[in-house]
Design a protein around this ligand. Sequence first.
Ligand code: 2IT
Length: 445
Amino acid sequence: MYNLETLMEDVERKNPAQPEFHQAVKEVMRSVIDVVNENPVYEKHKILERMIEPDRIISFRVEWEDDAGNLQVNRGYRVQFNNTLGPYKGGLRFHSSVTIGTLKFLGFEQTLKNSLTTLPMGGGKGGSDFNPRGKSDTEILRFCRAFMTELSKYIGPTVDVPAGDIGVGAREIGYLYGQYKRIRNEHTGAMTGKGVGYGGSLIRPEATGFGALYFAQAMLQRKSDTLEGKRVAVSGFGNVAWGAAMKASQLGATVVTISGPDGYIYDEEGVGTPEKWAYMNLLRLSNNDVVAPYAQKFGAVFVPNKKPWEVAVDIALPCAIQNELGLEDAKMLVANGVEYVIEVSNMGCRTEALDYFIEHRIPFAPGKAANAGGVAVSGLEMSQNAMHISWSTDEVDEKLHQIMEKIHASCVKEGTLDDGYVDYVKGANITSFKKVADAMVQLGY
Ligand code: 2IT
C-alpha cells in the first residue's frame, strides 16, 4: 500500500532542488494512488517508482559563437523519459529558466499527455538555458547547429522525435533539422513541426491552440453552452496563444488579452484578427518585445508588469509558461465570474490555483489533456512521414478534432464525481496513467 506523504518525501529526497518536478509528480500521484492501491499488480511491478524515474537523461555542452565573435557556452539536455508506448516524443525548450528539473517535469507530463492522444508515442523533453531574446538570426542559426551537433547522436525517427516548445518555432526547427540532415545524411521524420515544404504537416503550427479550443468546445457542450459571445483572457504571445486566439475568435468568442514578459494588453475589440497576429508574428521573429508595440499600433491598453487574470472574463486560457497562474489569480478570476479555465501551457496553474477552481466547481482542464492537440498533430506528422504522403488541411483538422473529443470523453469517464462535476485533472491523470502502466506490466521489466 502506498501513502502519498511518504511517497512524496522519497521523491523530494531523491530529486533535490526540482520543485516543478515534485509538483507535477504530486498532482498525478494524488489522482492515481487509490487506483494503484486497488490494483496489486501495479505495486508488484513497482509502476509508480518506475514511472517517475526517467529512462535516461542526456546533458551536453553547447558551444557557439555570437555576432561579436565571442565564444558562448550553454547547457543542452534531452530527457528520454519513457518509451513504453512508442519512440520518445516531445519538444525542445530554449528559455533562460530551463533546468533539469523543468525538463523532468515536462518529460513526465509529456509521457502521460502522449498516451491520452491514443497515438503510439512515448514521452521526452529537451532544451537549453539559451535565451533567444535579442539574439540575431545568425546567432539563432549558430546556436541551433551547435545544439543539434550533439543531439543528433541520440535521436531518430524510431528512437526519439523532438519538436518545438517555448523559444523553438518554425525557424528553429528548420535550422535544427537542417543540421540533423547534414550530419546523419538522411531525410527521415526525426523531428516534427517541420515546414510543410520539407515534410511538415499542415495545421501543426496552430494545432495546440486549435486542439485546446476543440477541447473547450466539448467542455461547454456538456453544459449546453457555446463559445458564442464569451469573453476570453489569453496569456502569452507565442504559437500556442496565437492558435488559441484565432480559433476562439472563429468560434464566436472575443479574446480581450494577450501578454508578454513585460505586461499584458487589453483590447476590447479582440486580438484574434489575422492582421493583428501577422504583426505580432513579425515582432516575435525579430525577438523584440511584442506586447507594448502591439498596444501602441492597435490602440489597446497596455498594463505593464501584470498578468491578465485581473480582467473580468468568462474563460481563462493560460498559454504562456508553467505556474503562470497562482492562488491569488484564481481568486480574482472566480470573484469576477470566470466560468471555465483551460490550461494550454504545461502546468500553467499552481496546485493551489487549480485546487481552488475545483473546490469552486469551475470546470478546469489540465494542460496534459487540453494542449495534447499539438503533440497529436506531431504524431500525425510522423505517420505522414512514415507513409511518404501528406494529408490535406481538412484531413488533419478532422483527425485533431476527433482526438480532442476522445480525450474529453475519457476525462469525463474517469473524472465525473458523485455530484456530477467533472474533475478533468483526475480524469486525465487516471486515463493516461492506466494506459502507460498496463503496457509497462505487459512488457515486463
Ligand atoms: O508540450 C508539448 O506538447 C509540445 N511542446 C509539443 C511536443 C511535440 O512533440 O509536438
